[in-house]
Design a protein around this ligand. Structure first.
Ligand SMILES: NC(=O)c1ccc[n+]([C@@H]2O[C@H](COP(=O)([O-])OP(=O)(O)OC[C@H]3O[C@@H](n4cnc5c(N)ncnc54)[C@H](OP(=O)(O)O)[C@@H]3O)[C@@H](O)[C@H]2O)c1
Length: 336
């Protein structure tokens, strides 16, 4: 009996080693080459605030030329002035366009054409414009589901459509979609928000397969809770269940999140995550997402089972938070 077990274990080890050898042979061939940002034209939607602004600063520090896109012109001008302080050479320019990326694809295309006429073809597009709504499914106005899908999903589709053809012709480019950890796991209060962020992942996976032969690499960023004006605004109206679940992890600084997004995009990494929770979620939800290095494949193989166990613990904890909130509410309704 023990001999048979040993034989199965040995066969298992051989299969895993053979698989790793195969990955080792195949991966270096398809691994993306780093794309330096010095002199590159980087467009950041949502670049006037929070994570987007920090992404623009990080790219500017690496020598890029920047186009910021957002709606409010005053905030764009303020962001431009702030970013310009980080120049590394006197040729660098920060250009901005006041534009709603969620409306009128033709208008978005025109605006990006204008940006390319000013600063040259787009080397990297960071789709960061987005917003969030929190509330119970039945309490969120139906129009909000439509608005959120327009901003968070279509607001990434339109700019991407406007640059992808030129990127394919040039056989060069990076496209970043800023999703969220709520785009990896659906949580209480995020029925409207999570679906828009999950949609970005589907878009990114399919697009990556189409554009990889043209040397274009897609990155999906899954930031955790991050200390930004958008996060502060959302926190004011967060329902109790979401608040308590959010408090089980810490809030990150936007410059830290931005540095990781830019580094991963430059390296052509598909999934960009922050911190231990983030890496755990990315491995757990990896599915058939592209991988860009042997290290990534190894981590997934080694940690998947352990992370699944840990996830069960988290899920049980979240369920318990929801049950306690409900019991508290019922008790206070009875006493009223
Ligand atoms: N902060 C977090 O905890 C967190 C966590 C995970 C993911 N994210 C995601 O990260 C991205 C940035 O979030 P943030 O917290 O940095 O947000 P933020 O501080 O509120 O900044 C949002 C940016 O998007 C722009 N924007 C919003 N709607 C737009 C539209 N229709 N057209 C063009 N620009 C628009 C805003 O400028 P205007 O209002 O002037 O247009 C602003 O520049 C979002 O996609 C968000 O979902 C954030």
């Amino acid at each position: 009996m023990s001999g048979a077990v040993l034989l199965v274990a040995a066969a298992g080890v051989v299969v895993v080693l053979a698989f790793l050898l195969l990955l080792y042979i195949v991966l270096p061939v398809s691994s993306p080459k780093t794309m330096p940002l010095s002199g590159a034209h980087v467009v950041v939607t949502g670049g006037s605030s929070g994570i987007g602004k920090c992404v623009a600063i990080e790219c500017f520090k690496q020598g890029a030329f920047i186009t910021l896109i957002a709606r409010n012109e005053c905030r764009l001008l303020e962001a431009k002035k702030e970013i310009e302080k980080f120049s590394v050479n006197d040729k660098q320019v920060v250009h901005y366009i006041s534009l709603d990326v969620s409306k009128d694809a033709a208008n978005v295309e025109r605006a990006l054409k204008q940006a390319q006429e000013k600063l040259g073809p787009v080397d990297m597009l960071v789709n960061c414009a987005g917003t969030s709504i929190n509330g119970k499914f039945e309490d969120i106005d139906i129009s909000k589901f439509e608005q959120l899908m327009a901003i968070n999903y279509l607001g990434s589709v339109y700019p991407t459509r406007a640059v992808v053809t030129t990127m394919k012709e040039r056989r060069r480019g990076r496209i970043v979609f800023v999703s969220s950890q709520a785009g990896q796991v659906g949580l209480f209060g995020y029925t409207a928000y999570s679906s828009t962020k999950f949609a970005l992942r589907g878009l990114a996976e399919a697009l990556q397969m189409e554009v990889k032969p043209y040397n274009i690499y897609v990155t999906v960023a899954y930031p955790p809770d991050t200390d930004t004006p958008g996060f502060a605004e959302e926190s004011q109206t967060k329902i109790l269940e979401t608040k308590l679940i959010s408090e089980t992890s810490s809030v990150c600084k936007p410059d830290h999140v931005a540095r990781i997004i830019v580094k991963d995009a430059v390296q052509g990494k598909f999934a960009s995550s922050v911190g231990t929770d983030g890496h755990m979620l990315t491995i757990l939800t990896g599915g058939m997402s592209p991988i860009s290095s042997l290290a990534e494949a190894l981590q997934a193989l080694i940690f998947l089972g352990f992370f699944r166990l840990l996830a069960l613990y988290y899920i049980a904890g979240f369920d318990s938070i929801v049950r306690r909130c409900m019991a508290k509410k019922e008790k206070s309704e009875k006493t009223d």
